[in-house]
Write a protein that binds this ligand. Structure first.
Ligand SMILES: [Fe+2]
Length: 238
């Protein structure tokens, strides 16, 4: 098995988006509409800022002078940025993923004003800071902490969220495009692209150590955030 595929296997076992009780409770309809509302508002800290997340990844590729390799790496990363920013910016149809997230929130009765004014929990602030920091550390940390840790498993998570929001929470499909596009393999493609790139970059023991740590840091940050959102949901009246 390749190094990157080994990382993905670990992510499938440990990533909160597939394993945390918070999401299991959503899939089993154990959280009320009102409790889920609070979770969605917190998730905006990251999901409303994924254009910049992809841009930071791209901007961290390169040194003082241009190289052919850096140029190729930048080209390999740009499609993720364009997808996040919206294919409608280059003549396609799908709009920006953060705008799709705002539409999801609207489906739960959260206006844009309320969504953007959310008071974020400390664990959510830390999560976002760590995920952005990983993107700034260079291609290997960025890919292991992003494409591998979360994007490679996101289609599975998104398919379950889509199903639960549609069937248990009665949200109309019009508000569910955010999870429909991610369940449909957009992020899986990010993940596939990431696998090739990571296997190319992880050519030494040192690099593999850095990559593994980067993935675990991302999962740790997401787990702490899920713990905090779970506590918030349970402290929210049903
Ligand atoms: Fe996305």
């Amino acid at each position: 098995m390749s190094f990157a595929r080994g990382l993905i296997e670990e992510s499938q076992r440990t990533h909160p988006w597939l394993n945390h009780q918070l999401f299991k409770d959503v899939w089993d309809a154990k959280l009320s509409h009102n409790q889920v509302r609070q979770v969605i508002k917190q998730q905006g800290a990251f999901f409303l800022d994924t254009i910049r997340h992809a841009a930071v990844r791209l901007a961290a590729v390169g040194g003082p002078f241009p190289t052919r390799e850096d140029l190729e790496m930048q080209r390999a990363m740009v499609s993720t940025l364009v997808e996040e920013a919206g294919l409608d910016t280059i003549g396609g149809k799908q709009t920006a993923h953060p705008l799709l997230f705002a539409r999801l929130a609207e489906g739960f009765g959260i206006s844009e004003d309320e969504l953007f004014a959310t008071d974020y929990l400390p664990e959510i602030v830390n999560e976002k800071n760590e995920l952005f920091r990983l993107q700034r550390e260079g291609p290997l940390a960025a890919l292991c902490g992003g494409a591998i840790a979360s994007e490679a498993i996101n289609h599975e998570h998104s398919a379950r969220m889509l199903q639960a929001y549609r069937t248990h929470y009665g949200i109309a499909d019009d508000h569910l495009t955010f999870y429909a596009v991610h369940a449909g393999g957009v992020e899986e493609e990010h993940g596939e692209r990431g696998i090739e790139l990571v296997d190319r970059l992880a050519s030494t023991d040192e690099a593999r150590h850095e990559g593994l740590l980067a993935m675990r840091r991302a999962i740790a940050a997401r787990t702490a955030a899920a713990d905090a959102m779970y506590r918030l949901a349970q402290a929210t009246p049903r």
